[in-house]
Design a protein around this ligand. Structure first.
Ligand SMILES: CC(C)(COP(=O)(O)OP(=O)(O)OC[C@H]1O[C@@H](n2cnc3c(N)ncnc32)[C@H](O)[C@@H]1OP(=O)(O)O)[C@@H](O)C(=O)NCCC(=O)NCCS
Length: 272
């Protein structure tokens, strides 16, 4: 194919595609490409945006076409790269979405020959250079000891019902401080920004150290790490609430300099 050299085509603007990050049990859904380029290689689910289509609508359409299900998507970030058609390379921009599928998936074999859930940690390579960047990003953001998170949350509150997807949403909304020993999570705390009209606030939640490791300075280490994040992000006030019966936690917060404020804390529960 001869490359068009008109003024319009000589602008090297990227072609935009939507790319799905689908995670379950710390495994990513990938598809084996049925055609070239990269035939036979693993790829993320996704595709090019059509004329007059938003990236989010393109993501939903691609999921429906390739997996036969509806989904919720949340924009993550974008990465540039290259692709090729009949020997010509051109720039691409991949808009990445964290996708939650609803329903039982059924592979459309026109584009991909096979689906597989591969542990994020073990996924070494993927088709397209932009996807390599996405894979690196996913590993840095979402790899975690899920069993460890479950076990810590149970210690915080035995009645907690934990949904893996909420962990990923929380990770995106703020910063999670983690302490690990031999790859096992033994302590964590989470801070997220809470903008009010006058203040850049942040809230700390889910502070917990595994009961086997308490009293060794880990709680204090996690708290200082969260405060460090707040300082780097120009937070003016950090807030948290804790039950007065949590003696260790109350003592820790006071020791670090948190001041107790008299206020009525109201909750309106909308969903179980
Ligand atoms: C609160 C918690 C995170 C503290 O973690 P930790 O690693 O045990 O705490 P550290 O070893 O870093 O101790 C730091 C400070 O916390 C306080 N503290 C820790 N254990 C305490 C205890 N058993 N009794 C009273 N104060 C205690 C002390 O002020 C201590 O400072 P000090 O050693 O100079 O006395 C931990 O006890 C925990 O996970 N508790 C259950 C979950 C919880 O209550 N989370 C808070 C939800 S808001």
């Amino acid at each position: 194919m001869k490359k068009c050299d008109c003024v319009l085509c000589s602008f090297e603007n990227p072609k935009v595609c939507s790319t799905a990050i689908i995670i379950k049990d710390q495994k990513m859904l990938v598809a084996k490409r049925a055609g070239s380029p990269f035939k036979g290689k693993w790829d993320f689910i996704g595709g090019y945006i059509n004329k007059n289509e938003s990236p989010e609508d393109a993501m939903k359409r691609e999921i429906k076409e390739e997996l036969g299900v509806n989904c919720k998507c949340r924009y993550l970030t974008s990465f540039c790269g290259t692709a090729s058609y009949e020997g010509y390379g051109y720039p691409v921009l991949a808009m990445c979405y964290l996708v939650e599928l609803s329903g039982k998936i059924k592979l459309n074999k026109k584009e991909n020959s096979k689906l597989s859930w591969i542990p994020i940690k073990n996924l070494k390579t993927i088709a397209f250079d932009s996807n390599q960047k996405i894979l690196k990003y996913v590993k840095s953001k979402f790899v975690c000891d899920l069993k460890g998170v479950r076990s810590l949350l149970k210690q915080l509150n035995p009645n907690i019902v934990f949904d893996e997807q909420s962990l990923y949403r929380a990770t995106l909304n703020g910063y999670m401080s983690k302490v690990e020993k031999k790859g096992k999570l033994i302590g964590m705390g989470w801070i997220y920004p809470r903008q009010t009209l006058p203040w850049n606030n942040a809230t700390i939640e889910d502070m917990i150290v595994d009961e086997k490791y308490r009293g060794q300075g880990l709680g204090e280490k996690i708290l200082f790490d969260l405060i460090g994040w707040a300082k780097r992000n120009n937070i003016q006030i950090i807030e948290l609430t804790t039950n007065p019966k949590r003696l260790a936690a109350n003592s820790l917060y006071r020791k670090i300099g948190f001041q107790q404020f008299e206020t009525n804390h109201y909750l309106l529960k909308l969903k179980k």
